[in-house]
Design a protein around this ligand. Structure first.
Ligand SMILES: *Cc1c(COP(=O)(O)O)cnc(C)c1O
Length: 348
């Protein structure tokens, strides 16, 4: 097969990924620091993220579904993988054949695992107030878990990225569960939870977004660096006379004779229409503002100041997660997980 380079690429900084993990591990104190790699490693590529972090010493990985787990076989030596969405009836074949633990999320799932799990270890999620997944606290305390071999008992914070009274309430509830339910380890904190302080770390933390450059709380600013750098190739540069419009709906009109750079990326690549009005790129140190609407596979930048820019050149798309989240209205999570399949993913 011939190799066809994509006109879109994600430059992925492995040193930044590892440095982010090391900072989160240090903030986790004595607790082990794992990694959430669901949704294809938040869009970066789960396998590559897993390998880079395993090499750095990360041992505990989390995906959402059994399909995601199967795609990661064989696991790097010494690592463990858990499936956060637990085991539905249809998942038991995968759950019994893969060297992966389910995170059991309901009394029904606990019963299912006891009957068909052949005594294999599992994780358990207890819901301490989010009301998404997990056994209720009264169920966990009421004997539903008695005798089960639990590797890690989890709960998940609903409002860790906000200064909310709910955090302390969930912490209290989790401490109560911990006193009454025996497990080898206990785990509560995601990225934002790690920033809430040592009380939240317990034995194992489960960061996701901050590994990939997201800033969950102001405490992380200056410690977490950008990992994902989208770049797109210039398709065409055109001269647009003053007064002419660019793109669908003619929403941008050249205020003066302009040079417009048409670039190979659009909303089908996860660069959504809400970037219009605030998006930008850089070439050779020159900032190029996004102009007009975002098309399916194309966007345009005002390149009037970028003398020497030519067809085939690569533009670095502005993608500092906290900044672009603010200006676009998309969450830092959406900015990463939306990045599409047409990007070549290249680790440096
Ligand atoms: C996704 C997820 C995480 C990671 O959360 P971030 O906010 O990305 O750090 C941790 N725990 C659970 C249960 C999750 O679903």
């Amino acid at each position: 097969m011939i190799a066809i380079p994509s006109p879109l690429r994600l430059r992925l900084d492995s040193a930044a990924l590892v440095a982010n993990w090391r900072w989160l591990a240090a903030q986790s104190g004595a607790a082990a620091c794992g990694a959430a790699i669901k949704a294809n490693g938040y869009g970066l590529g789960a396998r590559a993220v897993m390998e880079h972090l395993a090499k750095a010493g990360c041992r505990d990985f989390f995906v959402a579904t059994w399909g995601e787990a199967a795609a990661l076989m064989p696991l790097p030596a010494g690592t463990s993988l858990s499936v956060l969405h637990g085991v539905g009836a249809d998942d038991m074949v995968a759950a019994r054949s893969l060297p992966v633990r389910p995170v059991l999320n309901s009394v029904e799932q606990v019963v299912r695992w006891r009957e068909a799990g052949e005594g294999r270890p599992c994780d358990v999620m207890v819901d301490t107030g989010m009301n998404r997944l997990g056994l209720r606290v009264d169920e966990a305390l009421g004997g539903a878990l008695d005798g089960l071999s639990i590797e890690t008992l989890h709960s998940h914070l609903a409002s860790a990225d906000e200064d909310s009274a709910q955090n302390a309430q969930q912490l209290e509830a989790f401490r109560t569960v911990r006193q009454h339910v025996s497990a080898r380890r206990y785990s509560l904190a995601n990225s934002a939870g790690i920033c809430l302080g040592a009380d939240y770390a317990f034995d194992l933390t489960r960061p996701g977004i901050a590994l990939y450059g997201g800033i969950p709380l102001p405490e992380a600013a200056g410690h977490i660096s950008q990992v994902v750098f989208p770049e797109a190739r210039l398709l065409q540069i055109r001269s647009v006379p003053a007064g002419e419009a660019v793109g669908y709906g003619a929403t941008w009109t050249a205020p003066a004779d302009s040079r417009v750079a048409v670039v190979n990326m659009g909303y089908a690549d996860g660069y959504l229409r809400c970037h219009a009005g605030s998006g930008g790129a850089t070439w050779n140190g020159k900032p190029l503002p996004l102009i007009g609407r975002v098309s399916m596979d194309m966007i345009a930048f005002d390149a009037s100041t970028a003398a020497g820019l030519n067809e085939g050149d690569w533009l670095a798309i502005d993608y500092d997660l906290p900044t672009v989240s603010q200006s676009s209205g998309l969450s830092q999570y959406e900015l990463l997980t939306g990045l599409g399949a047409r990007f070549d993913r290249t680790w440096v």
